[in-house]
Write a protein that binds this ligand. Sequence first.
Ligand code: FE2
Length: 370
Amino acid sequence: MKKVTIGIILLVMASLVLMTGCGSNATNNTTENSEPNAANDAKKPEDTEGSGKEKVVNVFTARHYDVDSLLYEEFTKQTGIKVNEIKGTAEELVERLKREGESSEADLFVTVDGGVLNYAKQNDVLQPIESETVKQNVPEQWRDKDNNWVGVATRARVIVYAKDRVKPEELSTYEDLATDKWKGKLLARSSTSLYNQSLVASFVELNGEQKTEEWAKGIVNNFARGPEGGDRDQAKAIAAKVGDVAIMNTYYVGQMLNSKDAEEVKVAENIGVFFPNQDTTGTHLNISGVGLTKHTKNKENAIKLIEFLTGKEGQTILTQGSFEFPVNQAAEKPELLTAWGEFKSQQIDYAKLGDHNKKATEILNKVGWK
Ligand code: FE2
């Protein structure tokens, strides 16, 4: 193994100690369950217009993984450019970009959902990222067609199951989860989670509104309990035999397997990961990405940071730390992700997830998915 790789892995292992991933609370409809940090919210981005001042990039971010800070620190170490993270929900941050307009100090907008990235674009708070390096780092499918944003990681929303009670052969599709076979056995978090909204939005796009509503009704009928907690809590409920199968993002499994909490490790060891819809529409993927703000005052440095985040080293640190899938194929993935193998994913335009968000939440409310 190369020296640099070992260095990266050590760095990431150190970060795992700090890693918290997503909390378990439900949120409003355009954000992930980030836990707003009062100190960070209050932090003022730095103005670096003019010369002689410290070089910075101000990042408005709705992501909440400790590996991000590790990435920014590494970037600073290599370039001398300081990164200020200003956290908030995606909705809050887009509103702030709109409200502050030209006086905004934000250089980058980072968030976890393709629909939200597009929402920012539609609200005219972004501008094209002009960089050949970024284009080479990230395949076209993970870039906005006008280059207003670019993906940094993808995340699969899969089915996890109790290894001791369910055989993978019994699993097949998301649609199958809505059949009587799983009555009283299914677990999922609240419909206020953007993850579930985007999943349902993808079905609206692929299967139409009526079929999606029937599916959601079937899912609610099969719940082992009312939706509660975050994705990790569904895995814990499987371990507690509350239910046998759950809808969950893959990276939580990786994070739990590498958790400092022995109980989490045990839970994750006893669940299997199943990529549904391999013979049909593919597994639902969501994208986390970064946009260049329209009124950035540190454009050159901001683009440098995007190049770092999407480059081989940045992508290796990211995937080793968060267990998300890298967008740059040159990244060195954790063994777990390699072991899961290749899988077929939904082929849809990520902008559509945002377009169908309203319809998706209407359906979820109508069928009583709390
Ligand atoms: Fe998350």
